[in-house]
Design a protein. Sequence first.
Length: 109
Amino acid sequence: MNSLLEQLKKRRLALGLKQNDMMMRVGVSRQQYQRLESKGNPRLDTLELIAKGLNSELMLIPKEKLSAVMAALEKEPSNSQSPDSGYKAENVKMSLSDDPWQGLLEDDT
């Protein structure tokens, strides 16, 4: 699994956002965000703000439940997902272990 900082960068790029865009989303300057993505050790409240800016949630998953969570994330979305969300299972080229955000990348903004 990629580090959390690598996952944040992948999520930002998947949403088509530049580091400068994070200033408007979470109030962090491009320089601060760049430093965080490259080698940062952010505080928990900073991570929560960034997750919100990336339309994401932070979770603490017990190791014994990790495989069940990963399996649930790899399943096709239920019928409750809106049909116009743009997600197509056949278009997913990477496995969840390569991209933990697959299928969750549509931006509502």
